[in-house]
Design a protein around this ligand. Structure first.
Ligand SMILES: NC(=O)c1ccc[n+]([C@@H]2O[C@H](COP(=O)([O-])OP(=O)(O)OC[C@H]3O[C@@H](n4cnc5c(N)ncnc54)[C@H](O)[C@@H]3O)[C@@H](O)[C@H]2O)c1
Length: 315
């Protein structure tokens, strides 16, 4: 079978992860790497001597042999690149958020859904073995009726002005992942909520935020997210968990970015599992995306609509 020819636009921290997984996946062939930074292009040329390294994205878009493109620049470049990909019939694996403001994001939901192309967004949690194990346990009835979903993601992460400035404060840039996770667990749409944020270090935007509320199906949630968790501590630590409470049992997960541990306490069984956290799970999404293109249907990747609902709520 012919390999799926793909290109990457944006060879930064995420772009390098995609390059590793695309070049290592037997279904794919990494043909182009595009970056506007000369330093990034030099690194790409050293690491991937077989790839064509370009500064101008239009070379990639006009190559009819290229069937898929990974968009891993920042959000403000994504709408133009997505529209070029749609126009030239290329499947898209995009980083989140898909645009820097919400009106354009909703317009892109319509445009991508109309295109008939496979368009995935890297909401990496949806590729995680530990969330899938918990969701399977919930759906099997082991915890009774799902009542409460509690999520915390508190780390010594970016300081204000670090990271992806165009992509908003911490609760948008990072927190949208957990807004998506809660909605995925609940299997319903957000209904009511109330939130409070703290402008740590007197920064203009909240860098810690807590929100609680309800889904339309009555499930209750709370999410706590902050890049405020002991940046200056001599031994840094995290507080990351999912805690799911049903009418008869519970399921929970903690991780330290190296290992994830799942504890399932159901009415028929107790299951304890621990395995690798697996960073951003790019190997998993690249594989699901490639197989989906080959089969012509979404085999489980997160959609543009999932991403935009999470982005909208977290803004
Ligand atoms: N899904 C996740 O868990 C996750 C995690 C981290 C980052 N991200 C997202 O991934 C995206 C990239 O983040 P990053 O940390 O890799 O950023 P980065 O700054 O390390 O990399 C961005 C790269 O894009 C290049 N670039 C910028 N504009 C370009 C253009 N028009 N054409 C070609 N190249 C261009 C830059 O030179 C840089 O090399 C961001 O949108 C970020 O929010 C997602």
């Amino acid at each position: 079978m012919e390999k799926l020819k793909a290109g990457i636009i944006g060879f930064g921290k995420m772009g390098q992860k995609y390059a590793k997984e695309l070049s290592g996946n037997p279904l794919c062939e990494l043909v182009y790497i595009c970056d506007t930074s000369e330093a990034a292009r030099e690194t790409a040329a050293e690491m991937y001597p077989g790839a064509i390294i370009i500064e101008n994205e239009d070379i990639l878009f006009s190559d009819k042999a290229v069937r898929a493109v990974v968009l891993s620049t920042l959000a403000d470049d994504r709408p133009g690149q997505m529209r070029k990909a749609i126009k030239t019939g290329k499947h898209i694996l995009a980083e989140k958020p898909i645009a820097a403001e919400i009106r354009t994001e909703w317009a892109l939901v319509e445009e991508t859904e109309r295109s008939g192309l496979m368009v995935a967004v890297n909401l990496f949690n949806r590729m995680a073995w530990y969330h899938k194990a918990i969701i399977d346990f919930i759906r099997s009835g082991e915890i009774g009726e799902l009542a409460i979903v509690r999520i915390a993601h508190q780390t010594p992460g970016h300081m204000p002005q670090e990271g992806h400035v165009a992509e908003g404060p911490a609760f948008h840039d990072c927190g949208m992942h957990y807004v998506d996770v809660a909605r995925w667990y609940a299997g319903s749409e957000y209904d009511t909520y109330h939130a409070q944020g703290v402008r740590m270090w007197s920064y203009a935007e909240p860098w810690w935020l807590q929100v609680h509320g309800t889904f339309r199906n009555g499930v209750i949630f709370d999410i706590t997210q902050g890049f405020v968790y002991g940046h200056m501590a001599i031994d840094q630590t995290h507080n990351c968990y999912v805690d799911v409470i049903g009418t008869k049992g519970i399921a929970r997960m903690t991780h330290d970015f190296k290992k994830a541990t799942v504890q399932l306490h159901g009415i028929n069984k107790t299951v304890i599992m621990a395995d690798d956290f697996n960073d951003k799970k790019i190997n998993v999404i690249v594989n699901v995306f490639a197989r989906s293109i080959i089969e012509g249907r979404n085999l489980g990747f997160p959609t543009v609509r999932d991403s935009v609902i999470a982005s909208d709520m977290s803004w």
